[in-house]
Each structure stands twice: as structure tokens, then as C-alpha cells.
Design a protein around this ligand. Sequence first.
Ligand code: SF4
Length: 95
Amino acid sequence: MITTFLPPDTPLLPCAGQWDLFFSPDGEGEVEAAARAAAARRVCAGCTLAPDCFAWAMKHDEAGTWAGTTEHDRRLIRRRQADRARYAARREAAA
Ligand code: SF4
């Protein structure tokens, strides 16, 4: 869950106990998912742990909203990172 990357003595997180906001319930529609993600992003916007939270979610391919990013957002970010790496490798090979 969201606290797995944190030491046990970490103060209470803004997202603590709000699982319904950060994880999609079965059968959730697109409109409800977008509204839920927007509300989760507002919570994350004030969190100082967002960089660590984001890094964890990217590394462990977590489900749910982490550091204001949804699974879909992180898939797009990963794809963009892979595209950039391929582009950089091609440029280096051509140099
Ligand atoms: S960035 Fe968001 S999901 Fe991550 S610890 Fe902070 S409030 Fe929780």
C-alpha cells in the first residue's frame, strides 16, 4: 500500500486511510475514475513525500494513484522515458 516505502516512524500521510480515493473499486466507470483521481491529486499536491512516493510507484509498478499519478499516467511516463532512451541510443549510434 501507499506506506510501504516509508519507515515506520513516518508521520501520518495526507492519504492515510483514504484507500477508496486512491484505489479504484471494481466496476468503476471512466467519469467516476477521473473524479476520484482528481480528488486524490489534490491530496497529493500538499504532500512533501511525493518524489519518493512517485519513485516507488514507478519502480514497483503499483496500482492506484501515487504522488498524483494514476496507473495510466505512469504508463505514459514509462513509454515516454523508453522513447527518449531509444532516441538517445540511436543518436549515439549515429554519431
Ligand atoms: S504523494 Fe500522495 S499517495 Fe504519495 S504519500 Fe503523499 S499523499 Fe500519499
